[in-house]
Design a protein around this ligand. Structure first.
Ligand SMILES: [Zn+2]
Ligand SMILES: [Zn+2]
Ligand SMILES: [Zn+2]
Ligand SMILES: [Zn+2]
Length: 383
């Protein structure tokens, strides 16, 4: 992760608080931790080395990058056996001696490369765009080489995505906070950490990025995207209440920025889903009663998001302990209807259709129990 904590006691410092080592910029919560780090933490020996590397953040990123490359090459060793790099044409990298990786959608003998060669390629392309003032469009087209393979044009995943995330952050972290490359590098690092299921560190990066954007007065749309990433990371960490809080803020932020349609419909969908999964069914239904008519007009009856909104409403109904017989009948009817539309629009094997059919099964169970005067309680993992 990036360095947002005291190097000794791990107190949260964000991106700017705390006391810095005058030489190498390692940060501490205060003089006590700094003194202790020098005397007992080995900082007396490392300080010069860190300064030489370009400061604490750079030193950390360099080390993390080297680790991530080693992990990636190791994980890809079986797949890349006997192959050569499509960029430098060698099996072993001439300078770093690192092994090959492949983490995109290339098949057969295509797409094997050294992380270092991928990094060099992206770095040079972006530098050319900047040095020759090629403009934002060219810059964006070249920038994607940090996250997409130049052969198959698909995103890197897993360990390769993580190594490139560290590479990108290591490359641009020294730039001013307002620099686009630095901001995007932070995003890619967060994505890379999430790609190897390191959600704890992805969260640290995401929170730091959001705090930075808010501090710099970034456009609201960009802040909402950052919040969306965080909400997802909270979810992956099982922090459902935090995720819900974020989803709510995104919904109201979108409402203010875009009005009732556009991205607000998706934000409402996500917020309603979070409410339902925490069994706050009445709030979810109230929200959906507002959003669904707008979605019906803007998106139409056959749109997947529209179907999804209706499905959540039906789900919130059968999870609601106070649902009436009428509510439950409506829930079953809605799910029968959305299943029928989904089958027609998306085909019979679509995972979305499967999930609607699971919901339909559950809503029928609840309805017949209710008709027999019994109640059904679903375990959380069944939801
Ligand atoms: Zn401390
Ligand atoms: Zn130092
Ligand atoms: Zn190579
Ligand atoms: Zn590829």
């Amino acid at each position: 992760m990036i360095l947002t904590q005291c190097a000794v006691c791990a107190t949260e410092l964000g991106l700017s608080l705390g006391k810095k080592c005058g030489r190498c910029s390692t940060r501490y919560c205060g003089p006590e931790c700094q003194v202790q780090h020098w005397k007992e933490g080995g900082h007396d020996k490392l300080c010069k080395k860190i300064k030489k590397a370009g400061g604490a953040e750079q030193y950390n990123a360099n080390n993390k990058y080297a680790e991530a490359v080693a992990v990636a090459a190791e994980a890809c060793a079986e797949d890349t056996k006997g192959q050569t790099c499509f960029i430098c044409t060698q099996a072993l990298h001439w300078k770093t001696k690192e092994g090959l990786v492949r983490g995109c959608s290339c098949r057969g003998t295509a797409g094997f490369a050294h992380v270092s060669c991928l990094v060099e390629q992206a770095k040079i392309l972006v530098a050319e765009a900047e040095e020759n003032n090629l403009g934002p469009k060219a810059w964006n087209e070249r920038w994607v080489r940090w996250e997409k393979c130049s052969l198959c044009e698909q995103k890197y995943h897993g360990v390769v995505c993580c190594a490139l995330g560290w590479a990108c952050w290591k490359m641009y972290l020294g730039r001013p906070e307002t620099d686009f490359a630095r901001k995007f590098a932070m995003t890619y690092l967060g994505n890379g950490l999430a790609a190897v299921n390191n959600y704890e560190d992805a969260l640290t990066v995401g929170e730091a990025e959001l705090a930075m954007e808010q501090r710099l007065g970034a456009p609201e749309a960009s802040i909402l995207i950052g919040m969306g990433n965080l909400a997802q990371t909270y979810n992956m960490l099982g922090r459902e209440e935090d995720s819900l809080r974020m989803m709510r803020d995104i919904y109201f932020g979108s409402l203010k920025l875009y009005g009732e349609d556009g991205d607000t419909i998706l934000a409402a969908n996500n917020y309603a889903m979070a409410l339902t999964s925490l069994r706050r069914c009445k709030e979810a239904k109230e929200l959906l009663r507002k959003t669904t008519p707008v979605a019906r007009q803007v998106l139409g009856e056959n749109d997947q998001l529209m179907l999804h909104l209706r499905t959540i409403y039906a789900t919130a109904s059968y999870y609601d302990p106070d649902a009436t017989l009428g509510d439950l009948r409506e829930s079953v009817k809605t799910l029968e209807d959305t299943a029928r539309i989904a089958r027609r629009v998306m085909g019979g094997a679509h995972p979305f259709l499967e999930s609607i059919e699971r919901d339909l099964g559950k809503s029928r169970t609840v309805l017949s129990a209710h008709e027999a005067g019994k109640s059904v309680v679903f375990e959380p993992e069944e939801s």
